[in-house]
Structures are given as structure tokens and as C-alpha cells.
Design a protein around this ligand. Structure first.
Ligand code: CIR
Length: 248
């Protein structure tokens, strides 16, 4: 599931100092993202743009999905919280079983990484302790395991880590030597290329941001097939490749 970016995107939330996004270029980059997913054999549900929610193209933050159930989050940024209404109504076409993160708990999907039957739940500026606790309780009640990981610097948990299948992860910054992730094989991303740690494995292809040659080489040497995408306009609003879709 993806959602077209609205014109208001250029006024959305950001902490980066990379300038104002170019809306036309953003649309092109979004279209290439959708095409890349299609080329991996994925069927797409594309939601129309919402001017009232500037950051709503980052659909990943509104839900956490497994094959059996959906968790509707409670996004930690006030201007984003209402995004969950549309996401829940669309997910009703795909899911029967729903769980909810409830106030005072807050949680963004970008803080959740699933590795096989284990959920890693980041505590960040957006996901608070109570939100993390609620999600842990939900997934454990469904037979999954969960570990809560307080973040030091990263914006979201998945800003700095992705699962690559077969017990392997790609990691940057504070996760490189993090004890919770010691048990996995690792591709380590250098500081200058940190942005590439947010990548997505889709049906055997690893979709990565374009322009990070060193990491690309490491990934390809590890045997992954890569698809590179321009991501400059997402990066300007603190977004990465995982944030742009809900994959289920
Ligand atoms: C925000 O601040 O919420 C958006 N500008 C960026 C959200 C990125 N989402 C993600 O990393 N999961």
C-alpha cells in the first residue's frame, strides 16, 4: 500500500537541512518507487493524496502488519495522528483482526522492525515507553516475541537497520555494536552512507537509495540483487524507502 504525496508535503515535518522538496521531482521519485515494487511482483493499492496530511505519503507509520492481524498505531506527531483513520478503513478490505495502540501510548510504524517471529520496538521521539509496551503485549499475545530498544540518536528504529532475510541485517550508527542485534550476520554501513541502512527487501530484490556506491558494492558482494532509486525528495523530509509503503 502506498499513498500519493500531496502538494502540502513540501511543508511537512523535517529535521534535515536539505532544503524544500521539489514537488514535481517528488512525484517522479514516488512513481519510480511504485514501479520498482511492481517489478518485484507486488500488487499495489495506491491511496489518493491528502492535502490535510502533509506527511501521509509515509504510510508505514500508521500501521504494523503481520499475515494474521493489523495493529493501528497512534502516531507520535500531532499533525500525523489523523492519518490512521484512512489507513484503518482501507485495511478493513484485507484484515479481519485489528489491534490498536491507545493514548497515552504513542507509536510510529517506522520504529518497528520484524525479524522472522521477533519484533524489535524502538523508543524514540515518536514512540513512547507506553506505546512500546502495548505493542509488545499485543504481539506476544499473538505468539510473537518482542524486544524494546530505546534509541540514542536515530529518528526511527528503521532509519538505521533493515532485515535482509536469512538471519542477516544491514546496520548503521548506534546499531552496529548494539547487543540486541549481535546474533545476526551484518552488513555495516559507514557513517557517510548511513541513509542506505533504510532499504527494503521485496521478493528477493533489495531496493536501495541511489548514489551510495560503497554500500551498494558491499550489498552486491553479499549476493543480493539490488534496485537503486532516487530518494532525494524523501530524504529532505526525513523519509526513507521503508516509510513509503506498507508491505503485507
Ligand atoms: C515525519 O517527520 O513524520 C516525516 N516527515 C517522515 C516520516 C518518515 N517515516 C519513517 O521513517 N517511517
Amino acid at each position: 500500500m502506498v499513498k500519493l504525496p500531496s502538494q502540502s508535503y513540501v511543508n511537512g515535518l523535517t529535521t534535515s537541512n536539505l532544503g524544500t522538496p521539489d514537488y514535481e521531482l517528488l512525484l517522479k521519485q514516488h512513481e519510480s518507487y511504485v514501479e520498482a515494487l511492481k517489478s518485484c511482483g507486488v500488487s499495489i493499492t495506491c491511496l489518493q493524496k491528502s492535502e490535510e496530511f502533509p506527511d501521509s505519503t509515509f504510510v508505514e507509520d500508521a500501521a504494523v502488519l503481520t499475515p494474521e492481524f493489523a495493529v493501528i498505531t497512534n502516531p507520535g506527531a500531532e499533525t500525523r495522528n489523523g492519518e490512521i483513520v484512512e489507513i484503518e478503513s482501507v485495511l478493513k478490505d484485507f484484515y479481519e483482526k485489528f489491534h490498536y495502540i491507545k493514548t497515552p501510548g504513542t507509536l510510529d510504524g517506522g520504529d518497528i522492525l520484524q525479524i522472522e517471529n521477533h519484533f524489535y520496538i524502538g523508543i524514540s521521539e515518536r514512540t513512547n515507553e507506553e506505546g512500546a509496551r502495548q505493542l509488545k503485549e499485543i504481539v506476544e499475545s499473538e505468539g510473537y516475541q518482542a524486544t524494546i530498544v530505546p534509541l540514542q540518536k536515530f529518528f526511527h528504529l528503521k532509519t538505521g537497520i533493515a532485515y535482509l532475510g536469512n538471519n542477516a541485517i544491514i546496520v548503521a550508527g548506534e546499531f552496529i555494536n548494539h547487543p540486541e542485534f549481535d546474533q545476526y550476520k551484518k552488513i555495516i554501513v559507514s557513517e557517510e552512507e548511513e541513509y542506505t541502512a533504510n532499504c527494503i527487501l521485496v521478493n528477493g530484490s533489495l531496493i536501495i537509495p541511489k548514489g551510495y556506491e560503497k554500500t551498494k558494492r558491499q550489498i552486491e558482494e553479499a549476493g543480493y540483487k539490488t534496485i537503486e532509486l532516487e530518494t532525494t525528495e524523501f530524504q529532505k523530509q526525513d523519509g526513507g524507502l521503508s516509510c513509503l509503503s506498507l508491505r503485507f
